[in-house]
Design a protein around this ligand. Structure first.
Ligand SMILES: Nc1ncnc2c1ncn2[C@@H]1O[C@H](COP(=O)(O)OP(=O)(O)OP(=O)(O)O)[C@@H](O)[C@H]1O
Length: 687
């Protein structure tokens, strides 16, 4: 074992616990625990030159000190050097401090200057030591910490770790030179203990060349780990599919009332290309709301079905899964394919029947919720798994998904192909970093004839005006969604709000046929309401966010979102995407309540300004950061600590290029680098 993987045992248990809560366990964790900012204790300032807000270190004589009791108990002192005088004040103090402040005492003090030159400067709760001690030669680091863990303890632990760790460079000279990278050990030292004269702003804003090296190394490790995951996947075996003769796909196309867009054809070709290979496809299909991903999934399914394999489609909610089921059934049953449904809420008998049909191979195309990946479900011959909105599934589910359908064929484990679909467009910076192990297809064109949804912002005192709009729309034979406010604190309250909203709207719009859809209805009730809306037996659908994804009713032309300020950007975009799916002009009204927080008003502004999912995703990423965005927080996928994928875009590009070079020419360097940066985290990389 190298020194960097030996846990430290010399510290007290309590201290170790505190360190652990900061993620600090091994020496190398401490080495990479980099300062937030620095204090300059290398020089002594002169009182005549200080200014408010400055962190200063002064040396001089105490001229007066006393404890006063009004307006409250405090210790006051005056202190001077050979250029001026300043006041000192403590509200909490110890006898030892009082003692140091005896008149005539020579002291060194450090703190932030308050007050003004007119009324006199003051230091509140300054730190104090004896005058004349040697000054440090480097800036003093201030580390991220946690309650009860003082800076000196962290500084000491970091210093000890640094002294025990050999910071050998993982990167070959040639790579360091090509990308003009400073040496790793020097960069680490420069960040922990920057030399006098280093610009502290350059350090804290992470612009110093030493930061460049750390960020580069971090991004490189991410690229290498994802490339390794991709390579490992390519070692696995899957079933190569024949694309020809493609009769099923042709039959499917023939039955459609539209023809495919060029973008849809392009991604179908990309998928077909993958399906023909002997290793499993792992492709992410992304397209903005309403871009027509479902038929692309259908075409992929057709190919695999024609090859005699089963296809499963899994969605995170029953409503979404059911929508897929209805569509797939309509498309595939006339072509002689057995389409089956599986969800947790099926009655025991129906579930058993579905389970048997899946195991025997009688069910060919199976659509369902996470029930599909439960232990007792055994596929006969699963060739393709299509996962909708994959980021909504938890880690455990994703893991069992990747194991599902693996089976032995000629002494070798075969892994089904996988197609993930996402209606959240993924900004390029994210695709290049966190998702670099996936192949990505983008439907970058909407079906023809769509007019962009017009978004209107209404303060909620204009509700009456809005009701008139609803009546008008319904009179014109159109349908309307009314999304109830999100109540995050309590599901019960959320439910109540939905029921109340519906009751109130029923009263206000008594000539409008309305229905209510929320998560607490049982499957059958949900399906009934949804079917009634699809068949235009209802004009108005009052709903919670259960309709967020997948609901496709092209005749709906007005969407109202109450308390829009409570929703996230991606969520608003998805909800808005439920209208504007046909030829009719559509409107989305965002009802909001004053006062708006800054973030909320930014979100509403973004919604007003653009309907482009990529632009919205970019702004969402800016607001929420990659962890929230990808839903990877729960998965533990090592998030970047130092690099910012948007701001450090150039470093990302370089790290990608360097990763390729390293993998081709310097395999030992790859190993060393991954060991240093990803120790123990490799498992988090998706399989
Ligand atoms: N090429 C096309 N031409 C015309 N209409 C199309 C085309 N492709 C799909 N559609 C229609 O567009 C609507 C949206 O398609 P689909 O439901 O597949 O979107 P989606 O990408 O899954 O969107 P979301 O993620 O918002 O649910 C559907 O009514 C579908 O029938």
């Amino acid at each position: 074992m190298s020194a960097s993987v030996v846990p430290q045992s010399s510290r007290s248990g309590l201290l170790d616990k505190k360190f652990k809560s900061l993620g600090l366990e091994y020496d190398f964790d401490f080495v990479l625990h980099l300062p937030l900012r620095y204090e300059d204790e290398t020089a002594i300032h002169k009182i005549s030159q200080i200014y408010p807000g400055q962190s200063v270190q002064l040396e001089g004589v105490v001229t007066h000190s006393e404890v006063v009791f009004k307006p409250r108990k405090q210790l006051l002192a005056t202190f001077k050097d050979d250029t001026g005088q300043i006041s000192l004040r403590w509200i909490h103090f110890y006898p030892s401090q009082q003692k140091m402040l005896e008149k005539g005492g020579l002291v060194r003090i450090r703190g932030e200057v308050r007050g003004s030159s007119m009324w006199g400067f003051e230091l509140i709760h300054p730190k104090m030591s004896k005058a004349g001690e040697a000054l440090p030669k480097t800036l003093t680091p201030v580390y991220p910490t946690t309650e009860g863990l003082a800076q000196p303890s962290i500084r000491k632990a970091v210093l000890e770790a640094l002294s025990r760790t050999v910071l050998a460079d993982t990167l070959p000279e040639a790579i360091q030179q090509k990308y003009l990278l400073p040496n790793f050990a020097q960069s680490i030292q420069a960040l922990h203990h920057p030399a006098v004269g280093t610009d502290p702003d350059e350090l804290t804003q992470k612009l110093h060349p030493a930061w460049l090296r750390i960020k580069f190394d971090e991004l490189l490790a991410q690229q290498l780990a994802l490339a390794a995951a991709r390579a490992a996947r390519q070692q696995k075996k899957s079933f190569p599919m024949q694309i020809q003769p493609g009769e099923l796909a042709a039959g499917l196309l023939k039955g459609l009332e539209f023809s495919l867009t060029a973008a849809q054809q392009k991604v179908i070709a990309e998928i077909n290309h993958d399906l023909q290979r002997e290793y499993p496809m792992h492709r992410l299909l992304q397209g903005d709301v309403g871009s027509g991903k479902t038929i692309v999934a259908g075409m992929a399914a057709a190919t695999v079905l024609e090859n005699g394999f089963q296809v499963a489609i899994m969605a995170p909610t029953e409503i979404l899964a059911e929508q897929h089921f209805i569509k797939m059934k309509k498309w595939f049953e006339p072509l002689g394919i057995e389409v089956a449904w599986l969800s947790g809420s099926l009655r025991t008998k129906a579930k058993q029947e579905a389970t048997n049909a899946i195991a025997s191979g009688q069910a060919q195309l199976i659509i369902g919720t996470q029930a599909l990946i439960q232990k007792n479900i055994n596929f006969h011959r699963l060739g393709l798994m299509i996962v909708d909105e994959q980021h909504r599934f938890g880690v455990g589910q994703r893991l069992s998904l990747s194991r599902k359908g693996e089976h032995l064929l000629q002494n070798q484990y075969m892994v089904p192909h996988q197609l993930n679909m996402s209606a959240t467009p993924i900004p390029r910076s994210l695709a290049m970093t966190f998702l670099a192990d996936l192949e990505v297809s983008v439907i970058d064109e909407l079906p023809p004839g769509r007019t962009p949804v017009v978004t209107k912002l209404f303060s909620d005192n204009r509700r009456d005006e809005l009701l008139e709009h609803v009546r008008q729309e319904v009179k014109n034979g159109r349908q309307v969604y009314w999304v109830c406010p999100l109540v995050e604190e309590s599901e019960a309250l959320q439910l109540q709000t939905a029921v109340d909203t519906h009751a109130r709207l029923q009263e206000e719009l008594d000539d409008v046929r309305s229905g209510l859809l929320h998560g607490r209805l049982n499957t059958q009730e949900k399906a009934n309401v949804m079917a009634a809306f699809v068949q235009h037996e209802l004009d108005l659908l009052v709903a919670t966010t259960v309709i967020e994804v997948g609901v496709d009713v092209p005749n709906a032309s007005l969407m109202i979102i109450e308390h829009a300020e409570r929703f996230g950007l991606a969520q608003l975009h998805q909800l808005r995407g439920r209208v504007g799916r046909g030829q009719v002009n559509s409107v989305c009204v965002l009802l909001y309540q004053q006062p708006l927080s800054k973030v909320a008003s930014q979100r509403l502004k973004a919604m007003y300004e653009t309907t482009d999912g990529f632009e919205i995703a970019r702004r969402d990423l800016e607001q929420r950061g990659p962890g929230e965005f990808l839903g990877v927080r729960q998965s533990g996928l090592a998030l970047l600590r130092f690099a910012d994928i948007e701001a450090d875009y150039q470093i990302v590009e370089q790290a990608r290029e360097a990763a390729k070079e390293l993998r081709e020419n310097y395999p030992e360097a790859v190993e060393k680098h991954l060991h240093r940066w990803m120790r123990g985290k490799e498992d988090y990389i998706r399989t």
